[in-house]
Design a binder for this molecule. Structure first.
Ligand code: BDP
Length: 604
């Protein structure tokens, strides 16, 4: 799906701003033929939760309404007009002038609908009903329950089956864009580079609606200089002396695609792309033929007030902080991030592991590794009770459709910390990996980010992954406060993986310790800034001993908001930055380490 941009043939209207807002108390049905009966307002894009001091709104589980009016200039009304949501969390019903025009389930991917037939002259009323409910059929997975109050009103509750606050709302921009009636619908770009001769053969497929005499593709470099041109819906262009997209050294070409009729350009779209080669070979993760070492973070889209809503200034700050630390990569834990962030990562050369919102696929949460080390075929009810397979297929489709052309994306993460050690896991995941591999035109590697109980002996899904991606908390959730034993355990486990799967690269996608900024301890006790630094130091030491260990993405970039819990003091404190992005002490150590590790060729 193309990102909405303005071009010589397209106009974009942004509906960001202050909308009318209301939580639905389900007392009586809302009449969409009437204006929303509310005086509340909320800013869009943003989560609604932190824009109010009212607890009942902040913690509301159920249905939520947004509304605003807009007009479309007369000059545009003969164009094809598309209403597009960057995301609406988690399920949306869209009404225009009281008529339902669209429905979408899944809170982290865009959807759109043509609105010409529903528009009226003058003011148009756009109403959105959202649900922030999660259950055993949705991604992420929530524990859903409901009860009735004294008046017979349904009270709904979602207990998150994951460790982040269930922010919701119109999280990403809502836009109307125009295209001509005959238009470019989609563009798929697959660059194949011959690294020896620095030549790229770029396959470009253009999906159009309507009849064009010619579909012309022009490739421009960063200075706007034409480097190649070809014609056809399916075409290959050759780029000589190609400039590669490299980690932290991005080069982006522009594919200018024009639909031409009677000698005139009717529609034009410009898609940026990078030329780079990603391979997994002999226990290495290669970018452009050289072993890449991941340095960076698991993150969240999580900022004060905006919640999970798009916050471009924070996105820019975060990438700048990462670059200063010598980091080169991030994982979009635990859901697809905004398109704006993906475009920024393309531009900045940040390497991305792109994750679906499949988190919480586990119904017997424990860090008791010994449970599985006892041997036997572990079984809990996860794969009997969860009914997420359909939603999972849908998010894989929508994620790959949205992000397929991004140079920054080097790997898909199919799920985070699923019960991959439990009976039925392989049967659940095999079709999903097949689907991702079939759909991705660039055939990127795929992984499943694994939880501690998915030990080398217990995990049932390692055969499916290209890279072994581990979330490990030795020295925190286990061997808490005992870094000496934690170091031994880490070494033992990594060596066991390497021995069992010598061809698969291994990396950490999470490791970390909750740390209260400003809390110090002469004894390096847990929660102190000293402990956090000691924890990272022992981990680094082991990583450097393991030949096939190709990267460290720690948990977490910054402190973030979670649900309440006896283990959470105003959220998760594993950030190396606070939620407002002040560095904790460990940032100096990590910056020192990472600035001395090359992006390519660290472990030859
Ligand atoms: C892992 C999860 C992550 C949590 C983290 C933690 O993948 O979402 O926030 O642990 O406990 O289980 O800090």
């Amino acid at each position: 799906m193309l990102y909405p941009i303005a071009t010589d043939s397209r106009v974009v209207m942004d509906l960001s701003g202050v909308w009318k807002f209301m939580i639905d108390k389900e007392v009586e049905p809302i009449e969409v033929s009437q204006q929303l009966p509310t005086n509340e307002v909320m800013a869009v894009p943003a989560s609604f939760n932190d824009q109010t001091p009212i607890k009942e709104i902040r913690e509301h589980s159920g249905y939520i309404w947004y509304e605003r009016e807009f007009s479309v200039a007369k000059a545009l009304r003969n164009e094809r007009l598309v209403l597009r949501f960057g995301s609406a969390t988690h399920e949306a019903w869209v009404y225009l002038n009281g008529k339902e025009i669209s429905h979408h389930k899944g809170g982290f991917t865009p959807f759109e609908v043509e609105i010409n037939d529903f528009l009226v002259e003058g003011s148009n009323r756009l109403t959105v009903r959202l649900s922030n409910l999660l259950d055993y059929t949705t991604l992420p997975v929530g524990n859903y329950s409901e009860k009735k109050d004294a008046d017979g009103r349904v009270i709904r509750n979602v207990d998150e089956n994951f460790d982040f606050f269930n922010f919701a709302g119109l999280h990403r921009p809502v836009k109307i864009y125009s295209t001509p009636r005959e238009y470019i619908e989609d563009i798929v770009i697959v660059p194949e580079v011959d690294l020896n001769v620095k030549k790229a053969d770029v396959k470009i497929s253009v999906k159009t609606t309507g009849n064009f005499d010619e579909v012309r593709v022009t490739i421009l470099d960063e200075e706007g200089k034409k480097v190649a041109q070809a014609s056809g819906n399916e075409t290959n262009v050759l780029i000589e002396n190609v400039q590669l997209w490299q980690p932290l050294n991005a080069f982006l070409y522009k594919a200018k695609v024009e639909g031409i009729k009677n000698g005139e350009m009717v529609d034009v779209y410009e898609e940026l792309f990078g030329v780079r080669k990603v391979e997994v070979k002999n226990g290495k993760f290669l970018i452009n033929g050289e072993p890449f070492y991941f340095k960076g973070f698991g993150k969240h889209e999580d900022t004060y007030v905006n919640g999970r809503g798009l916050n471009e200034a924070y996105n820019v700050l975060d990438i700048n902080l990462m670059k200063k630390m010598g980091a080169n990569s991030l994982r979009t834990s635990h859901y697809p991030y905004s398109e704006e962030m993906m475009r920024l990562c393309d531009r900045e050369g940040i390497v991305v592991i792109d994750e679906t919102p499949a988190v919480g696929l586990m119904l017997s949460f424990t860090f008791d590794v010994s449970l599985l080390e006892k041997g036997g075929d572990f079984a809990d009810d996860t794969w009997k009770e969860l009914r997420t397979a359909e939603a999972h297929k849908q998010v894989i489709r929508e994620l790959i459709d949205r992000d397929k052309n991004h140079a920054c994306v080097v790997m898909w993460s199919i799920a985070n910390e699923a019960a991959t050690y439990s009976q039925g896991a392989y049967e659940y995941f095999e079709p999903l990996f097949n689907l991702a591999r079939e759909l991705d035109p660039q055939k990127r590697p795929c992984t499943n980010v694994s939880i501690m109980m998915a030990t080398p002996t217990a995990d049932k899904c390692t055969d499916l992954v290209d890279v072994i991606a581990l979330n490990r908390y030795y020295g925190w959730y286990v061997q808490h406060g005992d870094l000496k034993t934690a170091e031994e355990k880490t070494r033992q486990e990594l060596l066991a993986w390497q021995e069992k799967y010598p061809d698969k690269p291994i990396m950490y996608t999470e490791y970390g310790a909750d740390t209260v900024a400003g809390f110090h301890s002469a004894y390096g006790e847990p929660f102190s800034e000293e402990y956090q630094e000691d924890y990272y130091r022992i981990n680094s030491k082991v990583f450097d001993e393991i030949q096939n260990f190709v990267g460290e993405q720690l948990w977490n970039f910054a402190d973030f908001q979670t649900k309440f819990g006896i283990m959470r003091v105003q959220g998760n404190k594993k950030g190396v930055f606070t939620r407002s992005r002040e560095p904790k002490m460990v940032v100096r150590y990590l910056s020192d380490r990472w600035n001395n590790i090359p992006n390519l060729g660290y472990k030859k």
